[in-house]
Write a protein that binds this ligand. Structure first.
Ligand SMILES: [Zn+2]
Length: 236
């Protein structure tokens, strides 16, 4: 409910910012606060970021353009896969993410907004946490996939999972440059630096993704973080 109120309150602000930007003269609003400016993965995160990422869901060409800019910056390597039908599931302007500043166990399919969200999270929340806690970057992220043509919790009927449209990514562990590993199943409750890294990574993800679900949510998530695009900051 409070999100609805927030959105309603935001509308006049967005209109005002839009009109202001149209005014002849200069760029008065920094791009990170301007909902109409092209999306840049290094614009500092703020409460508008999530809305900008979600808006790109409705505008595949703008999203792919933002992703292409991120590639030019060296922030991500991917290939466009278009909008294939896989089984009973339809992808929409999806990409296959090959690497970012980290390697992945295997490349993975992602909707364009998910790929962009991951890059923002990685650059502005995940790597800074690793540098603060371990004094080094994360080199590799272990995951159990992003795309699966199925319903929520594998039920025979009911709501389609976010994974059915490659709009969620399940992470099981992180590996630092020196080889140190932190896994959700093994170190979430760890009192040391590995537990601290996982907790800070998870908390940071809540600023970017539509929803972040972890071990405290339910038994199904005891061994992974689910980062999805639905919702507006659900974080459990
Ligand atoms: Zn998941």
């Amino acid at each position: 409910m409070r999100y609805v109120v927030l959105i309603v309150l935001l509308i006049p602000v967005l209109v005002a910012v839009g009109l202001w930007q149209q005014w002849p003269g200069s760029e008065r609003v920094p791009s990170r606060y301007n909902p109409f400016a092209p999306f840049n993965v290094d614009d500092p995160l703020n409460p508008l970021t999530r809305f900008k990422l979600k808006a790109l869901d409705q505008d595949p060409q703008r999203c792919l353009a933002a992703l292409a800019r991120a590639r030019e910056q060296g922030a991500i390597d991917y290939i466009e896969v278009g909008s294939p039908e896989i089984g009973a599931c339809q992808l929409d302007h999806a990409v296959r993410v090959r690497s970012t500043s980290v390697r992945f166990g295997t490349s993975f399919l992602a909707s364009c907004p998910l790929a962009l969200s991951w890059v923002v999270f990685e650059r502005q929340r995940l790597q800074p946490a690793a540098r603060d806690i371990f004094g080094q970057d994360i080199a590799r992220v272990d995951h159990v996939g992003s795309f699966a043509c199925r319903n929520v919790y594998h039920r025979a009927s009911g709501r389609r999972s976010e994974h059915a449209t490659a709009e969620a990514f399940d992470v099981i562990g992180l590996r630092l440059k020196d080889g140190t590993r932190a896994t959700v199943v093994g170190h979430w409750k760890d009192e040391g630096p590995r537990g601290a890294l996982l907790k800070r990574a998870f908390k940071g993800s809540c600023d970017v993704f539509g929803n972040s679900l972890g071990p405290e949510y339910n038994a199904a998530h005891r061994d992974h973080f689910h980062f999805g695009m639905r919702g507006y900051g659900l974080c459990r």
